[in-house]
Structure formats: C-alpha cells, structure tokens
Design a protein around this ligand. Structure first.
Ligand code: PMV
Length: 309
C-alpha cells in the first residue's frame, strides 16, 4: 500500500496562530513524503528510511522516535493482534526542520499507508487528529496547522481547535520559497515567543490581534486576486514577526534580496530563526528572483503555484 503527502508553507499568521488567531497555509506539491507498506518475509516491522539513514526493526529504535511512535500508536488504536510482519519504505523530498512540514507529511503518509494495509479505515478527520497527537509528542504545543494542511492537501484558513475551513484562490499566484539552510527547531522559537507573551500579555495580545487582522485581509486579497495588496500584507506580517524576535539576519537578508529583485512582498514562513522565507512574485519573474536568492546564499529555492486544490 502506497501513500504520499505534500509539504506545506504557512503564508500568514505563524506564531499568533498558537494564541488562537487565524493562519493561512497551503500545500507545496513539488515536495512530498512517500510511504510504501507491504507484507514482510522477515519477522517484525522493518523500516527502511534512507533519507534519515534509518534501517531497523521498530522495536530496536526508541519508542518515541517519530516513525516508531506512529507505528506503535496506530497498532495500539487499531487493536491488530498479533502484530503483522511488515516492510515499510519511507522516502521524502521535503527538507527537514525548515518549516515545510516534513514531519507531518511523513506522519500522514505513514498513517494512511499503514492503516490501509491493515484494513483499518481512517477518514481524513481521523488521520488529521491522529497526526496532531503525534505532532504534540514531538513539538510541545503545536497549533495543528501543519497536520491539517498536509492531511487535506488544500489551502486552509486555520484556527486552532476549529473545524477545517478551506478557501478559494481567485487567481493562481506564484511563491518562491528560499531556504536559509539553517535548521531551527520550531519548539525553541515557539517557547521564546511564549516567554515574551508571559512577560507582557497585554502587549503581545495586541500584536497577535494585528497579525489576525492581516490574515483576514490576506484571505480576502487571495480570494479576489489582489496581488499587490497581498504582497504589502506579507511585508507587514514580517515586521510583526521581527518584533516577536523570530526572524534572523539570514532570513532578513533573503527577504530584502527578494524585494529588491522585484517580489511583491516577502516574509519568513513557519517557526523562523532559520528555515524558509517566502516571496510573492509575478510568475515570469520567479526564475530571476529564485536565482537572486541562490546567489545571496539560499541553500535551495522552490517555485510553487498556489491554486484552489
Ligand atoms: O515551522 P513550521 O512551519 O512547522 O511552523 C510553525 C508554525 C508556528 O505557528 C510557529 C507553530 C505552530 O504550531 O503553529
């Protein structure tokens, strides 16, 4: 049984989303995690994940390893007994720890491939809430935005704890994603924002409200195809992320390079401190802006088109 799940980027609202404000996130189908589950001639559950150099029987690796925890928890909830012998092959083209949702994509693809192989049917909603529980094991207090976009593979207007809401894209638009190449754990930047919030709740609640307003306006701009407005909103959102201390000199540099090369707007995307920035660009300018980012030191760029899935 095979399953595939896309990467994702957050367009607007990261960090404030942890405090109940909305965020906009979209799938990035150019990169994906792929999982194949089949019966094994060897006894046990054998994982072959060359990308992370993991070739092992599930019980020989720590039970809190992200891949092992999906397998153990799924076998537990599906009450399959005795445990079957399986070969699980995991590959992924999604860069890790860079805000592209690689962990959530592996979890979702593995959950679907494994549950289908076991004839334990899971609706999207169940896959999503299972993946959220797994995200919580590894990321502390995630909002759930990653697993939601990756599960449904659609643009999502996400509010923590609320039913999934997708939105229409008036006119497809192009985003250039630039990776700083610096791996930055989201858990740390989320923890640091929490410390700021604890030190002055009133101030940060106001900042999060401002982000929330930007997100609502951005959704309208996307629905009505107003790209200039959308670019300006990206720039405003980035200023507030800088205020939250989650940008970095490398992110700021790539963002300024993208703007100078003609992007309509740019901001960091995801947890920050490293990982990715995104730039809204006119389609024909995408290759040049991508080159400018690489020249300025980006480890990798991805050009993606956002459409209504
Ligand atoms: O770094 P990413 O793309 O996984 O996104 C983190 C987004 C945050 O809002 C910072 C945290 C969260 O759980 O939503």
């Amino acid at each position: 049984m095979k399953s595939s799940a896309p990467g994702k980027i957050i367009l607007f609202g990261e960090h404030a989303v942890v405090y109940g404000r909305p965020a906009l996130a979209v799938p990035v189908t150019q990169v994906h995690a792929d999982v194949e589950v089949s019966g094994s001639s060897r006894t046990g559950i054998w994982i072959d994940a060359p990308g992370i150099d993991l070739h092992a029987e599930v019980n020989s690796i720590p039970s809190d390893h992200p891949v092992a925890s999906v397998i153990h928890n799924l076998l537990f909830i599906s009450r399959i007994s005795p445990f079957p012998s399986l070969d699980i092959k995991i590959t992924s083209s999604i860069p890790v720890a860079s805000g592209l949702g690689s962990g959530a994509a592996v979890t979702v693809a593995l959950t679907r491939a494994l549950s289908s192989h076991l004839n334990y049917l899971m609706a999207d909603e169940e896959v999503n809430s299972f993946a959220y529980e797994i995200e919580k094991l590894h990321h502390g207090t995630p909002s759930g935005v990653d697993n939601t976009v990756v599960t449904y593979a659609k643009p999502v207007y996400f509010v923590k704890g609320q039913p999934i809401e997708t939105f229409a894209v008036g006119d497809p638009f192009t985003i250039v994603i630039g990776d700083t190449g610096i791996s930055a754990p989201t858990k740390e930047s989320v923890g640091d924002v929490r410390k700021l919030w604890e030190s002055d709740e009133a101030k940060w609640e106001k900042v999060f409200d401002e982000v929330g307003e930007i997100v609502k306006q951005a959704r309208k701009a996307i629905e009505s195809g107003k790209m200039k407005e959308l670019g300006a909103l990206m720039n405003q959102n980035h200023l507030l992320l800088q205020e939250m201390t989650v940008s970095s000199p490398e992110l700021d540099n790539l963002i300024s390079v993208a703007r100078k090369a003609g992007a309509l707007g740019a901001k960091l995307s995801g947890g920050g401190r490293g990982g990715n920035m995104i730039a809204l660009v006119e389609k024909e300018k995408a290759p040049d802006i991508s080159k400018a980012l690489l020249y300025a030191g980006a480890a990798r760029t991805i050009i993606t088109t956002v459409t209504t899935a």
